[in-house]
Design a protein around this ligand. Structure first.
Ligand SMILES: [Ca+2]
Length: 500
């Protein structure tokens, strides 16, 4: 001690200050470290294609629908009943999930738009943090390629939309074709489990299990064929208004009437004369394969003893209309198109059985999974981590979500759309055609039946919401309408087939 005192008093003043600072740091460091130390959670992210938000057993929307494993997730975890995509279309939404960016920022604004080559996918940050990462299934984002993508140690994918049976997988650069008897949802799940099984136990892992299901043309696993035979699909409240002229009194835009008889309308769905109810049954039987995939993953995690500590997220890439407004499919900004299922479980982190009403979006997935790994989101990311909401922390959160969809050459019946949705109102603004816009009061009109766009008492609100759309676009580099080079015959347009 004497020697220490001697040295301490003999050193000069600046050195003394430094010494004291270091001493304080040494004393404080252990407690600081334990306060900020975050467990690197294992994360399994299961993404389905075109699964709308309310077609799950526990929502009660369809009394005959069975999704026992989604129901189980809702019981074990949190169900977000206000989860939206920022663009309701496969490629833009997938790019937003992977980057945390809006479509006008990442620029993959439709299913044809090329990858700009300058995007960073959040699993790349997980790799840097020591994670083992793997991708299984549908990529379908920026170019029609099945090549391995950055961010994944293990890769299994197929080109474009993929197929339900007899798939050819690019597995880490090598192609393997499977028999027609092999159902793609099962195969991808099996491979994801096999990959988790071979990992060293001390490596944190991230699995991105990305189903082809339930995209059209729907094809159920053989074991699920006929399970809903004979059930009744109750047509939605807004199904019939464009059969005649009653939509005019409700102030619906004309494009909605026009689209009724098209690839994406109930009177000429996929250019065939089919009944909505029959397709809904195929869709729901196909969904059963996704539900069982969740069940298989959960059973594996249970068997390994890590079900409570692992974060499992189930989400859809966009919603789907089944007859609402006389439409099928997605792209537009009505609820069933823009809203997606979102379920999260991790019993070690938060209790189950809760429904959260916060407005969350696909751009929040990257920051949230990074937070699960103990990482801060990157400053350029436009979404936010909803981890604090899951664990019940009071944090400032957005009170509105924005929406964009850019007109596609292949499906010209849906116009470009910009929109904003608050907890009560939705304003939809069309771009590039002679058309009225829309305002809905979702509290009093959950089916989006009564367009309030002309109501005098709502003009101030409409004007304010229009301003907020422009504030959002201006502040995020979205004031240019993206134009992509497209020289081909239109794919989904029977009126102008064979024309450039
Ligand atoms: Ca999709």
């Amino acid at each position: 001690m004497k020697a220490f005192r001697k040295i301490f008093f003999e050193i000069n003043q600046p050195m003394k200050a430094q010494f004291i600072y270091l001493l304080i740091l040494v004393i404080l460091l252990p407690s600081y470290a334990s306060a900020t130390q975050t467990v690197k959670r294992n994360v399994v992210f299961i993404l389905s294609d075109d699964h709308r938000f309310d077609f799950m057993g526990f929502t009660g929307k369809l009394p005959w629908l069975k999704t026992p494993h989604m129901d189980n997730m809702a019981e074990r975890g949190v169900y977000f009943d206000q989860a939206y995509v920022t663009t309701s279309l496969c490629s833009p939404s997938r790019a937003s999930i992977l980057t945390g960016l809006y479509a006008h920022t990442h620029t993959i604004v439709d299913n044809q738009a090329p990858n700009p080559g300058n995007l960073t996918y959040f699993p790349e940050y997980l790799q840097e943090a020591g994670y083992q990462t793997a991708f299984f299934g549908k990529w379908h984002m920026g170019d029609d390629s099945d090549d391995p993508q950055p961010g994944f140690h293990h890769w299994e994918s197929f080109k474009g939309q993929g197929v339900y049976t007899g798939v050819t997988l690019n597995i880490n650069g090598e192609h393997t074709s499977y028999e027609d008897t092999v159902y793609t949802s099962d195969l991808l799940t099996e491979h994801a489990v096999e990959w988790m099984e071979q990992l060293e136990s001390d490596q944190p892992f991230f699995v991105y299990l990305s189903h082809k299901a339930v995209h059209s043309r729907f094809k159920q696993a053989a074991r699920h064929a006929g399970m809903y035979a004979g059930v009744d699909y109750e047509l939605p409240a807004t199904y019939s208004q464009t059969q005649g002229d009653s939509y005019k009194d409700l102030l619906w835009p004309e494009w909605v009437k026009e689209q009724r008889h098209s690839w994406h309308g109930v009177d000429y769905m996929y250019h065939a004369k089919e009944a909505v109810g029959d397709l809904v049954i195929d869709y729901c039987e196909t969904l059963m394969g996704v539900d069982e995939s969740i069940g298989t993953v959960m059973a594996y995690l249970e068997a390994r003893g890590i079900a409570d500590e692992t974060v499992v997220i189930y989400m859809g890439d966009n919603g789907f209309s089944w007859g609402e407004h006389g439409l099928i499919d997605k792209r537009h900004f009505y609820e069933e198109s823009a809203k997606v299922p979102l379920l999260v479980t991790c019993p070690d982190l938060f209790e189950g059985g809760e429904t959260l009403h916060s407005l969350v979006q696909n751009i929040d997935i990257a920051p949230t999974i990074m937070a699960m790994a103990g990482l801060e989101k990157k400053p350029e990311m436009q979404g936010d981590s909803f981890l604090p909401l899951l664990v019940g922390k009071e944090v400032p959160w957005r009170d509105k979500v924005f929406y964009e969809y850019y007109w596609e050459y292949d499906f010209p019946m849906t116009p470009s759309v910009f929109g904003v949705r608050t907890d009560r109102y939705k304003y939809i603004r069309y771009h590039g055609l002679w058309e009225r816009n829309e305002l809905y009061d979702l509290k009093n009109d959950p089916h989006e039946m009564y367009n309030l766009i002309e109501h005098p008492e709502h003009q101030d609100l409409i004007r304010e919401l229009a301003g907020e759309i422009y504030d959002w676009l201006e502040s995020s580099g979205g004031m240019q309408i993206p134009l992509k080079r497209t020289i081909k015959h239109r794919w989904g347009d029977y009126r102008h087939s064979g024309q450039y």
